[in-house]
Design a protein around this ligand. Structure first.
Ligand code: C2E
Ligand code: MG
Ligand code: MG
Length: 711
C-alpha cells in the first residue's frame, strides 16, 4: 500500500485540501475494484502526469512501479501515448466526461477496454485532474462480435435464399422480406411492408392458410401447405412453411417461407404428360384411353347416353415401313395423327394405341352419327399424304364398339372394337364396321345366337339370294352372285355381314360354306336345265373356308354331285384370303384345275398388289362398290375404276363392277369398257323363286334384263 500512502502524502502535500478522500474508499477502489483506475494530473502543455493507478491497472498495463509523477509520454509506448493523449485532450477541452473504446494487444491477444474519462475541475472551472476508469469489455466485445457474425450469417442465409422469406407480426403483417420474396412476387419491400400476408394467398386457400397461421402461433410448431399466391398478373404454385419466431419462450412473430413450385409443377406435369401421351405423335396413349373410358362409362351410365369407341388401323402400313423405312413410317404416323385431330372437339378425342393403331372416343352420340364420322374419316383419307415430295396413299380400317350395347367395361369395349376391326381387315379393309350390335340388340346372348346358327342349316333357315350380273354391252344376264341370308324365326332376317363373322369365329363357316356351294351348284343345275343355257353363279368364300384343307375336294364333290360344268361355278375370294401367297397359290391352282372361275371380290380395297394378280390364276376382278359409288363425282374414284378395268382387260380378265345404283354409273362403266355390272340399279339380290319369275318374262328370257327390276 506504499503507493496509496504516497498518493495521500502527495495529495496532502499539494491539493489535498480540496479533495477529502476517505481511506476506506481508497481501499476498495485501489484493491478490489476490477476496473483499471488512473488518476492523472493535467498540466500545461498539455501534459498528463500519473499520480495514481490501482492494482488492477498495474496488472494489466506496463506501467512501471515508480510511475508517480511521470508523464504519460514517459510511461507509455509511442503509439499508445499518441492515442491516449488525444482522448485526454478532448476531456481537457470539453470539460466533460468522455467515453471511448480502447483496443490493446497483449501477448498477441486482443483486449478491449471501455474507458470513461472524468474531468475534475477546480473552483475556477479549470480541469486539474482526469480520472480514467477502464473496464475490460473484451468478453463483451467478443460476444457482440459473435452475435454480429451470427446475425450476418443468418442474414446472408435469408438474403441469398432462393425461397421467399417473409417476417410477419403475430397479426400477419409483413415487416421484412428477402430479395427472393420481392422477385417471386414481383413487388418491392416498400410495396409489401405492413400488408397482411394472407392477402397474397388466392381465395380458395386463404381460409386454410389463416387456420394454420393460428395453429402455428398457439402451438409454436411449424405448419405447411401448398397453395397458389397471386403474382402481378398470374398465380404461382408455392409450398408454404410457417416457422414460429420464439424468443425467451415468447412468440414474437412468424417466418413464412415460400418455395416456388412452378418448375416442380411443370416437371410433374411433364411426367404426367409423358405418362399419358404418345411420344411420337403427342396424342393420348393407351393408358389415357383406359382412364378416359372409365370416366366416360360412369358419365354415360349416369346420363343414360351412348358413346362410341373407334379402333382405327392403317391398311398396309407394314408395307410402308418395310419399303420406305421406319423414319418415313414415323413421319406418316405423325401426319395421320394430325389428320385425325382435325375431327377432335369437346366430344371427340384421339388416342394412339401404338404401332399404326389409333382410337377415337366420341361421347354423347348415336350409331348413326358414329357411322357418319367413320365415313368422314374414310373420305378424309382418300387424300394422299405428302412426304418429301412423294405421295403416299393410306387407307384406314375402322372397327367400332358402342357403349353400353357392345360392352359394359373398358376392356370389353376395346376388345369388341378390335374384333370389329379384325372383320373389316378380313373383308377387304378400308371400311368400317360396328361390333355385332345389330345382333346384340336382338339377341343379347351370343351363346344362344351361336346355338341358333348351328341349327340354322338343319332347320332350313339359311337361304341364298341371287343378284343378277348384267353384261353392259348387250344387257344380257347369264351370271348371278349368290348372297347368303339367314331367316331366323326368332331373330328375323339377318344380314351376312352380321352373322358371317360369328360363323367364322365359331368355325360354323365350314358347314355353312359347304352348304352355300352345294346349294349354288344345285341352283346352277336347275336353272341350266330350266332355261337351257349356261348359267354361272358366284359364291363368296371366306378366308377361313379357303384355308380349309379339303376345300378343293368339297367343291369338286358338289360339282360332281349335280353334274354341272365346273365353269358354271365362280369362287369369289377377297384380297385378304390371298395375303399368304404360299398357302393361296396351291388352293387357287387346285380350283383352277377343277375348272371353276375365280374372282377377286371388293378389288382395290385390300392388299392390292400387282404381283399377286400376275401369280394367281384369276379370271374376274370385281370392282368394289366404294369406288363405283362416287365414280361420277370423284375424279380419283373414276380414275381407279377405269384403271382396274384396263388392268383386267390387259390381263385377259373379266371385270364386274359392284354397287351400281344409277343409270349414269352404268353408262360410265360401259363407256370405260367394263364387262359386267351388278347393283340395285339392275336388281337387288332376289330369292330364287323371284329369279324364276323374272325368267318367265319375255325380255329376261331373251337375256335382256329389265332395268330397275326388283327395286
Ligand atoms: P359382297 O360379296 O361384296 O356382296 C355385295 C354386297 O353388296 C351384298 O351385300 C349386296 O346385297 C350388296 N349390294 C349389291 N348391290 C348393291 C348396290 O347397288 N348398292 C349397295 N349399297 N349394296 C349393294 P350382302 O348381301 O349384305 O352381303 C354382304 C357381304 O357378306 C358380301 O359382300 C360378302 O362378302 C358376304 N357374304 C354374303 N354371302 C356370303 C356367303 O355365302 N359366304 C361368305 N363367306 N360371305 C358372304
Ligand atoms: Mg361378293
Ligand atoms: Mg363385293
Amino acid at each position: 500500500m506504499k503507493e496509496n500512502n504516497n498518493l495521500i502524502e502527495y495529495l496532502n502535500k499539494k491539493d489535498a485540501m480540496s479533495f477529502k478522500l476517505e481511506r476506506i474508499v481508497f481501499e476498495i477502489m485501489f484493491k478490489h475494484i476490477k476496473d483499471r483506475i488512473f488518476v492523472m494530473k493535467a498540466e500545461a502543455g498539455p501534459i498528463f502526469r500519473y499520480i495514481f493507478v490501482n492494482e488492477e491497472a498495474y496488472k494489466c498495463t506496463n506501467i512501471p512501479l515508480n510511475y508517480i509523477g511521470k508523464t504519460m509520454k514517459e510511461v507509455l509506448g509511442k503509439e499508445v501515448y499518441k492515442r491516449l493523449q488525444k482522448e485526454y485532450i478532448k476531456v481537457l477541452h470539453q470539460k466533460k466526461e468522455h467515453v471511448f473504446i480502447e483496443e490493446l494487444t497483449r501477448n498477441g491477444s486482443c483486449y478491449y477496454g471501455e474507458c470513461v474519462l472524468t474531468p475534475i475541475s477546480d473552483e475556477n472551472g479549470e480541469v486539474r485532474f482526469i480520472v480514467g476508469i477502464t473496464r475490460d469489455i473484451t468478453q463483451l466485445i467478443i460476444e457482440q462480435k459473435k452475435l454480429i457474425e451470427r446475425e450476418q450469417h443468418y442474414r446472408s442465409i435469408v438474403e441469398n435464399n432462393l425461397d421467399a422469406i417473409f417476417a410477419v407480426d403475430l397479426d400477419g403483417s409483413i415487416h421484412d422480406i428477402n430479395p427472393a420474396g420481392e422477385k417471386i412476387l414481383g413487388c418491392t419491400y416498400g410495396q409489401m411492408k405492413g400488408k397482411k400476408i394472407v392477402h397474397l394467398i388466392t381465395g380458395k386457400n386463404a381460409p386454410l392458410f389463416e387456420k394454420l397461421f393460428v395453429i402455428c402461433q398457439t402451438t409454436k410448431t411449424s405448419q405447411s401447405l401448398n397453395c397458389l399466391v397471386s403474382q402481378k398478373s398470374s398465380f404461382l404454385p408455392v409450398h408454404i412453411r410457417m416457422i414460429p419466431s420464439v424468443v425467451h419462450q415468447e412468440m414474437r412473430g412468424i417466418y413464412i417461407i415460400m418455395k416456388d413450385m412452378s418448375e416442380k409443377t411443370k416437371s410433374a406435369e411433364k411426367i404426367r404428360f409423358l405418362a399419358f401421351h404418345d411420344q411420337l405423335t403427342g396424342l393420348y396413349n393407351r393408358r389415357a384411353l383406359l382412364e378416359e373410358l372409365q370416366v366416360e362409362i360412369n358419365k354415360a351410365q349416369e346420363a343414360g347416353t351412348q358413346f362410341a369407341l373407334l379402333t382405327i388401323d392403317l391398311d398396309r402400313f407394314k408395307y410402308i415401313n418395310d419399303n420406305f423405312g421406319h423414319i418415313v413410317g414415323d413421319q406418316i404416323l405423325i401426319k395421320v395423327a394430325d389428320r385425325l385431330l382435325e375431327f377432335a372437339d369437346y366430344r371427340l378425342s384421339v388416342f394412339r394405341q401404338g404401332g399404326d393403331e389409333f382410337n377415337i372416343l366420341l361421347i354423347e352420340t348415336s350409331k348413326e352419327e358414329t357411322s357418319l364420322l367413320a365415313e368422314s374419316i374414310l373420305s378424309r383419307f382418300t387424300e394422299s399424304f405428302c412426304l418429301h415430295a412423294q405421295e403416299y396413299y393410306i387407307t384406314p380400317s375402322i372397327g367400332i364398339s358402342m357403349f353400353p350395347i357392345d360392352g359394359a367395361g373398358e376392356e370389353a369395349l376395346i376388345k369388341n372394337a378390335d374384333e370389329a376391326l379384325f372383320r373389316v381387315k378380313e373383308r377387304g379393309k378400308a371400311h368400317y364396321q360396328f361390333y355385332r350390335s345389330e345382333m346384340n340388340r336382338k339377341e343379347k346372348n351370343v351363346v344362344s345366337l351361336e346355338t341358333n346358327l348351328r341349327k340354322a342349316i338343319q332347320r332350313h333357315e339359311l337361304t341364298l339370294y341371287y343378284q343378277p350380273q348384267v353384261n353392259l354391252k348387250n344387257k344380257k344376264c347369264d351370271s348371278f352372285e349368290a348372297l347368303l341370308r339367314w331367316n331366323s324365326p326368332t331373330l328375323g332376317l339377318i344380314s351376312p355381314a352380321d352373322f358371317i363373322p360369328l360363323a367364322e369365329e365359331t368355325g360354323l363357316i365350314i358347314p355353312i360354306g359347304s352348304w352355300v356351294i352345294e346349294t349354288a351348284c344345285k341352283q346352277i343345275k336347275n336353272w341350266s336345265k330350266q332355261f337351257r343355257k349356261d348359267i354361272r353363279i358366284a359364291v363368296n368364300i371366306s378366308p377361313k373356308q379357303f384355308q380349309q384343307s379339303n376345300f378343293i375336294d368339297m367343291v369338286k364333290s358338289s360339282i360332281e354331285k349335280y353334274s354341272i360344268q365346273p365353269s358354271s361355278l365362280e369362287i369369289e375370294i377377297t384380297e385378304g384370303a390371298m395375303q399368304n401367297t404360299l398357302e393361296a397359290i396351291p388352293v387357287l391352282k387346285g380350283l383352277k384345275d377343277l375348272g371353276v372361275v375365280i374372282s377377286v371380290d371388293d378389288f382395290g380395297t385390300g392388299y392390292s398388289s400387282l404381283s399377286y394378280i400376275k401369280q394367281f390364276p384369276i379370271d374376274v376382278l370385281k370392282i368394289d362398290q366404294s369406288f363405283v359409288k362416287d365414280v361420277l363425282e370423284n375424279d380419283k374414284d373414276a380414275a381407279i375404276t377405269t384403271t382396274i378395268i384396263h388392268l383386267g382387260q390387259n390381263l385377259g380378265m373379266e371385270v364386274i363392277a359392284e354397287g351400281v345404283e344409277r343409270r349414269e354409273q352404268a353408262d360410265f362403266l360401259l363407256a370405260a369398257n367394263c364387262h359386267k355390272a351388278q347393283g340395285f340399279y339392275f336388281s337387288k339380290p332376289l330369292p330364287s323363286e323371284e329369279i324364276n319369275q323374272l325368267f318367265q318374262h319375255q325380255s329376261f328370257r331373251n337375256n335382256i334384263i329389265i332395268e330397275k327390276k326388283g327395286d
